[in-house]
Ligand binder design. Structure first.
Ligand code: SF4
Length: 399
C-alpha cells in the first residue's frame, strides 16, 4: 500500500462501553483480523491507532478505544486518553450491543455532540437482535445517523461505509488553490522575495516556487524581484501590477511602495488559506488585542525544525506581541502532533506555517482548539496583524 501522510487520513474513532464489540467491528469494516477480539470486557486498554485502506473511503486511521465505562483509577486515565483522541477525530462510531439508547449511551451521544464530532450510532448485533422499529424511529426523529450491523456475518457493513463517506469532512476532497482564484490569464503578478542570509543557497524556498508555479499555470505573468529592486521594477512596468505577493519579512516596505489601489498580499497569507481555515485564523488574531498580563500563549510547531538564533516563532513573534500589547505574557513552545494536555489554559495558540504538514492535519488541530474553546491563529496572520497590515493583505480574498 502506498504510504499516505497521517494528516490526509480520515480519523475514525470507535467508542462505546466495554465489550460492545468495538474491536470486532473494526475487523468487519477492514476485513482484517488485527484488533484483539475477546469476550472478556476491557481487552482494549489504550486507544490503538491503526492505518487501513478502507474501500471505498480510502486511507483511514482507526482508533480502537478503551470502554467508556472502564472502572478504577487506571480506567479514569484510559477514559482521559480516549477523550484526547476524540479531540482530533473526524468521525466517531458509537458502538453498542444493545438495541436501545440507554442512559450511558445518551450521555456519550451528548458528549460527542458537545464536541461537534460527526458520529454514527452503530447497533452491533444485527445477527442476533434485529433493530426494533422504535429505536430506528427515535434516531430518525433526533436526526442521528445510525447503522444496524453484524460483525459476525457482515450484515449492514457496506451501508455503514456509505454513511461514513457521507460524513467525511469536505476538506478531504476539496482541491485547495493557492492563488489561481485571484488571477485571470494575462494579468501581472509581482512577487517580492528577499534574498537574505536566511535564504537557502542557490534556490528559492518551496512556498515561493509553488506560488510561482500556480501563477504560470493560471496563464498569468509572474515577475520576481528582491525588495530593493521593487521601486525600479514598478517604474519599468507599463501599468500597475494586478497583484503583489510579498514575503512577510518585508511587508512594511512593500506596503509603503505599492499604491493602495493595488491588490497586495503575502506568501504566508496565501498559505494560511491553503493550509487552514482562513476565517478562523483571522478571527483568532483578534485575540491579540484582548491579551492581559499573565496570559499564556502557545507557540505550536508542526515539526522540530532547526531553531535559528532569531527564530520567527520562538523569538521574533513573542517579542513583537509583547511590544504590540505592552503586556507581561508567557510563551510556551510545543512541537509535534499533539497539543499539551492543558490546552485550555492558553489564551491563544499561534500555529507555525505548517510547511512540513498538510491541510487536513492543520484543520484537525484547529478543530481541536475549537472543541476546547481556545482561539488559534498562525504566524503569517499574526505577523500582519502586529505590523498593522492585516486588513490590506487579506483584502484580495474578500473583494
Ligand atoms: S513552519 Fe515548517 S519548518 Fe517551521 S515548525 Fe512549522 S512545519 Fe516545521
Amino acid at each position: 500500500m502506498a504510504k499516505v501522510p497521517r494528516g490526509e487520513r480520515l480519523v475514525l474513532t470507535i467508542i462505546g462501553k466495554r465489550n460492545a464489540g468495538k474491536s470486532s467491528l473494526i475487523n468487519a469494516l477492514t476485513g482484517q483480523d488485527i484488533s484483539i477480539v475477546s469476550d472478556t470486557p476491557g481487552t482494549t486498554t489504550d486507544p490503538v491507532a491503526k492505518a487501513y485502506e478502507l474501500l471505498p473511503l480510502g486511507p483511514v486511521t482507526i482508533y480502537d478505544t478503551a470502554g467508556i465505562d472502564d472502572v478504577g483509577s487506571l480506567g479514569e486515565e484510559r477514559v482521559k486518553r480516549t477523550r484526547k483522541i476524540l479531540f482530533r477525530t473526524d468521525i466517531a462510531l458509537i458502538v453498542t450491543e444493545s438495541n436501545e439508547i440507554d442512559t450511558d449511551l445518551e450521555k456519550l451521544i451528548a458528549d460527542i455532540q458537545a464536541m461537534h464530532i460527526p458520529f454514527i450510532l452503530v447497533f452491533n448485533k444485527a445477527d442476533v437482535k434485529p433493530l426494533p422499529e422504535t429505536t430506528a424511529k427515535r434516531c430518525i426523529e433526533r436526526n442521528i445517523a445510525y447503522s444496524s450491523v453484524s460483525s459476525v456475518d457482515g450484515k449492514g457493513i457496506r451501508m455503514l461505509k456509505e454513511k461514513l463517506m457521507m460524513l467525511a469532512p469536505l476538506e478531504m476532497s476539496n482541491e485547495q488553490v493557492l492563488v489561481s482564484d485571484l488571477l485571470r490569464p494575462g494579468q501581472t503578478v509581482l512577487l517580492v522575495v528577499p534574498i537574505d542570509l536566511a535564504a537557502p543557497k542557490g534556490r528559492l524556498i518551496l512556498p515561493q516556487v509553488q506560488v510561482l508555479r500556480e501563477v504560470l499555470d493560471s496563464d498569468a505573468i509572474g515577475i520576481i524581484v528582491k525588495e530593493r529592486e521593487l521601486e525600479k521594477s514598478l517604474t519599468e512596468l507599463s501599468r500597475k501590477p494586478d497583484l503583489v505577493i510579498t514575503d512577510s519579512q518585508v511587508v512594511l516596505k512593500v506596503v509603503g511602495d505599492i499604491d493602495p489601489d493595488v491588490k497586495l498580499t503575502t506568501f504566508s497569507t496565501l498559505f494560511a488559506r491553503y493550509k487552514g481555515n482562513f476565517e478562523t485564523l483571522i478571527e483568532g488574531a483578534k485575540q491579540i488585542d484582548k491579551l492581559k498580563d499573565g496570559d499564556k500563549l502557545l507557540i505550536a510547531e508542526s515539526c522540530s525544525h532547526h531553531v535559528q538564533p532569531d527564530d520567527i516563532g520562538r523569538v521574533k513573534i513573542p517579542r513583537w506581541i509583547r511590544q504590540y500589547t505592552g503586556k507581561d505574557l508567557q510563551f510556551d513552545v510545543f512541537s509535534g502532533h499533539d497539543f499539551p494536555d492543558d490546552l485550555e489554559s492558553y489564551a491563544l495558540v499561534l500555529h507555525c506555517g505548517a510547511c512540513m504538514t498538510n491541510r487536513m492535519e492543520v484543520i484537525r488541530r484547529m478543530m481541536e482548539c475549537e472543541r476546547r474553546g481556545v482561539k488559534i491563529t498562525n504566524y503569517g496572520i499574526a505577523i500582519s496583524k502586529l505590523h498593522g497590515v492585516l486588513e490590506r493583505v487579506i483584502a484580495p480574498f474578500f473583494g
